[in-house]
Design a protein around this ligand. Structure first.
Ligand code: EPZ
Length: 419
């Protein structure tokens, strides 16, 4: 089993190049198979979720070729199958985008229920309600979602919750519906805008992405296109939090600073110095900082995907902080692992009450999911002594070359095989 081994208490100095956004690319690859032609996707993050999705679309008949580690050519001309039920589909949550993509292109889809991080129940009822509103019949049996539509027609859909996945999935299917579809109460995350921009490059007619009303005018065909994925807001935020927690002077580059506003404001509030440029943010920290109260919200609020990392940072703040998780019903499963490193926090309902301690100490811990793994890295960077983190496979799902990027700014971290 692989472990990341960190010897903590090293301040961090230097630059971190940020990769393409995981939550954009996992929607854009399924979107690409809706086109009758060749797409070239650049700034692709080299992460497990991408590998998984590429294997899935190859099984559907797409021809895929990595032109380099971060550049992928997809020829979806000869895709014939609308059945995605192999094991790779069940590994990640974003497989559900194949429902909208295949239903749109073939008017039918059979997709295994998705996997992904376990934060309690992760229903897809809003996705399916949207497909039904466009005229699809939905059947779920043997762990497979089966969709069929004589034809897809535009609909006026109001999402009960501003769901990222439902917004994107309905947008995908609506591209090939007859007439126009309106999605109200749509999610506004940067990766939704990126997916809409890519669809429009393919020839779709999507307007309003990034606002809470998205309008999609159905088209007959999509052609391939060349596209560059936006930088990863959550990867960038993870390194910003690591710099704040460990102390030092770190610049995250190749980013869109606007996407980081809620985190930059919070780091400024606790006493870090934040400098912003066109495509970078610099974080200067002494390694000690004030406590704070944080609430996760849909974009542009504080991202739930930075919640575990922020919790780890607040564990060594001066005073007591609270972190309220408003998006997921149970996203504090990593708390016990933080306690093993000396953190003092309790969870009451949706809120973590975090009592800052002066010193963490290294221990053997296990990532419970992708961002929880990132939180353990943040804590390990600050802890006295050695921290060993297991279940590295979760971390590799969403972070490209994480130990190399951290080593480059002075962290003492290595990947080892534990017998
Ligand atoms: C996406 O998940 C991200 N994953 C998650 O990031 C992220 O935490 C989440 O959006 C919120 O920003 C990907 O993009 C692949 P939602 P998604 O639909 O689409 C409820 C990471 O670490 N809901 O916005 O699954 C749901 O239970 C991952 O990169 C329904 O009730 O999230 C949750 O409470 C983890 N019914 C809320 O909406 C539905 O049909 C938000 O979920 C869909 C969602």
């Amino acid at each position: 089993m692989e472990q990341l081994v960190i010897t903590g208490q090293k301040k961090l100095f230097g630059e971190v190049p940020i990769s393409g956004a995981k939550n954009a690319v996992v929607a854009i690859i399924p979107a690409a198979i809706m086109a009758n032609g060749i797409s070239i996707i650049e700034n692709l993050p080299c992460i497990e979720d991408v590998t998984c999705l590429v294997n899935t679309i190859k099984a559907l008949g797409a021809e895929c070729q990595f032109l380099d580690d971060n550049k992928l050519k997809i020829d979806s001309t000869n895709i014939k199958s609308y059945i995605a039920t192999d094991d790779s589909v069940k590994k990640i949550r974003a497989s559900y985008y194949l429902m909208g993509a295949l239903l749109g292109r073939f008017k039918r889809a059979e997709v295994a229920m998705p996997g992904g991080c376990n934060f309690g129940s992760r229903p897809i009822d809003l996705h399916l309600k949207g497909f039904e509103a466009m005229g699809a019949q939905v059947k779920q049996e043997y762990g497979i979602v089966k969709l069929y539509a004589e034809k897809l027609r535009g609909a006026h859909i109001y999402l009960d919750q501003a769901s990222v996945g439902a917004t994107i999935n309905i947008m995908l299917a609506a591209v090939y519906a007859e007439g126009s579809t309106i999605i109200e109460n749509a999610a506004k995350e940067p990766h939704i805008v990126d997916t809409a921009n890519f669809l429009n490059m393919l020839g779709a007619k999507v307007k309003g992405a990034g606002t809470d009303v998205i309008k999609i005018k159905g088209v007959k065909e999509l052609r391939g296109a060349e596209y560059m994925i936006i930088p990863d807001q959550i990867e960038a935020g993870t390194y910003m939090i690591a710099a704040a927690a460990a102390g030092g002077d770190v610049t995250v580059k190749n980013i869109i600073p606007k996407h980081m506003d809620s985190l930059s404001a919070k780091l400024d509030e606790i006493g870090c110095i934040i400098e912003e440029g066109d495509d970078f943010i610099r974080v200067i920290s002494t390694g000690s900082f004030r406590s704070a109260n944080v609430k996760t919200m849909a974009y542009p609020g504080f991202p739930t995907d930075l919640q575990p990392q922020m919790t780890a940072l607040l564990c060594i703040a001066d005073g007591t902080s609270t972190l309220t998780e408003n998006v997921w019903e149970n996203r504090f499963q990593y708390v016990n692992e933080l306690r093993r490193l000396g953190c003092s926090l309790t969870v009451e309902g949706r809120a973590a009450i975090i009592k800052g301690v002066s010193q963490l100490s290294g221990a053997e811990v296990n990532a419970t999911d992708l961002r929880a793994g990132a939180a353990l890295i943040v804590a390990g960077l600050c802890a006295k002594g050695v921290t060993r983190i297991g279940n590295v496979k979760y971390i590799d799902r969403g972070y490209e070359k994480i130990e190399y990027k951290l080593k480059a700014i002075g962290a003492d971290i290595k990947r080892v095989i534990k017998e």
